[in-house]
Design a protein around this ligand. Structure first.
Ligand code: AMP
Ligand code: GLY
Length: 424
């Protein structure tokens, strides 16, 4: 098979790496890719928002399966464009990707189908949001730009003053662009966060492993929200009891709700959950693999990824026995100092060859590029240093050991990825 992957992050690198292990796969293309992906795939100089051009490329090169990694093209309807060209493609159509593309939609869906989530109100007018905050909100309160905002459109406000300032940022000056045309005001929840990635074929749902993200930039969960600074899998807090509850009250009900709405979901649903005192509740849905959740989940997966993705497209996921190794996996993101605000790019990366000798350590590229024959930094999140281990402690020690193998001038990382496991 010839495979085309759309995206350019660490997530797309691990997807390409996993595809490369399939005996069915003969050639992988990736658009637009990065310097790490270029080592296993042929780079296609098209951007993820060039839907028609990408579909034409897939036709011309007789691509058997296209995998969309990123949220933006999914929410924008790239799958519909590929299907209109009779191409096989993995990911939800536009009418289902709205599960991530509009937080207002997903909150209304959860309310309608009794799926546990935080209480909320949605607003399209700034004045009405302000009135609500002044009259009815309790603090802290959570403000969310409804649309896509690179994981940064969520503000937790301790006081009315902060909430009014946040409303001005989201709905007034439109800091997150059109994502702030609509805003969700949500009850603040406390508890431990767990991410669960699942495969969905429109009707059936199969869970991959659980993971825990580290969204803040700094040690001890301080600083700005990022796309994710590291991850570990499995989460020891996702117990069998929690899992049973989520299956019955959250996972299958979400798939059924989408089907009942005429929005059959085929692809990956990423459930962002909070384990509150009143039980697990949905924080958010994503319509694709997480980044870096994919980096800790796919190395543990024993199935051929192509088989599973084809089953999602064909509606035969119930026939797949999804299997994960007992190994734990930890990913530490190496970022450019200053991310997610301002940072420098173009720094040479040294030491990458050290990963060639191990099949338990992986260096998934996110923001890297080739310049004059050298691999240089080209983004905020640069590399996902990932290691498998017998258990979480072993995987963490291995991942941090490998963090020391690579160097670039403004290398920055969190020192406490997977520290939570010490509390178990
Ligand atoms: P989201 O993109 O909706 O997952 O939000 C990003 C992060 O903000 C989450 O991972 C949580 O840490 C935090 N968050 C979102 N919603 C809430 C909430 N209702 N209560 C507390 N924290 C929240
Ligand atoms: N790491 C969180 C996300 O991919 O949305």
């Amino acid at each position: 098979m010839k495979i085309l992957i759309v995206g350019s992050g660490g997530r797309e690198h691990v997807i390409a790496w996993k595809c490369a292990q399939s005996p069915k796969v003969e050639k992988i293309y990736c658009a637009p890719g990065n310097a790490g992906i270029a080592q296993i795939a042929e780079i296609v100089p098209l951007k993820a928002d060039q839907y028609e051009e990408l579909a034409c490329f897939a036709k011309e090169h007789e691509i058997d399966l296209t995998i969309i990694g990123m949220d933006d093209p999914l929410v924008g309807g790239i799958v519909d464009v590929f299907e209109a060209h009779s191409l096989r493609v993995f990911g939800p159509r536009k009418n289902a990707a709205i599960l991530e593309g509009s937080k207002a939609f997903s909150k209304d869906l959860m309310k309608k189908y009794n799926i546990p989530t935080a209480a909320y109100e949605t607003f399209t007018e700034k004045e009405k949001a302000i009135d609500y905050l002044k009259s009815s909100a309790s603090f802290p309160v959570v403000l969310k730009a409804s649309g896509l905002a690179l994981g940064k459109g969520v503000l937790i406000c301790e006081t009315l003053e902060e909430a009014l300032e946040g409303t001005e940022q989201i709905m007034g000056i439109k800091k997150f662009g059109a994502a702030g045309d609509e805003m969700v005001i949500e009850e603040f929840m406390t508890g431990r966060e767990v991410s669960v990635l699942t495969f969905v074929d429109g009707t059936h749902i199969k869970e991959m492993a659980s993971a825990q993200d580290h969204k803040r930039a700094g040690d001890g969960d301080t600083g700005l929200n990022t796309g994710g600074m590291g991850n570990f899998s499995p989460s020891p807090f996702y117990t069998e009891q929690v899992q049973a509850f989520c299956r019955e009250k959250i996972f299958q009900p979400t798939v059924d709700a989408m089907k009942a709405e005429g929005r059959e979901f085929r692809g990956v649903i990423f459930f962002g959950l909070m384990l509150t005192q009143d039980g697990p509740k949905v924080l958010e849905y994503n319509c694709r693999f997480g980044d870096p959740e994919a980096q800790v989940v796919l190395p543990r997966m024993e199935n051929d990824l192509i088989d599973v993705m084809e089953a999602c497209i064909d509606g035969t996921l119930d026939q797949i026995d999804l299997k994960f190794s007992k190994d734990a996996c930890v990913c530490v993101v190496l970022a450019s100092d200053g991310y997610p605000a301002a940072y420098e790019k173009g720094k040479e990366i040294r030491g990458l060859e050290k990963f060639d000798d191990s099949d338990r350590h992986f260096c998934f590229h996110a923001g890297t590029a080739l310049k004059d024959g050298k691999i240089v930094t080209s983004g905020g999140r640069v590399l996902g240093i990932t290691a498998l281990g017998r258990d979480l402690k072993d995987a963490r020690a291995s991942a941090y050991e490998a963090v020391g193998w690579v160097d670039f001038d403004n290398k920055y990382f969190r020192h406490d990825i997977a520290k939570a496991i010490d509390e178990v």
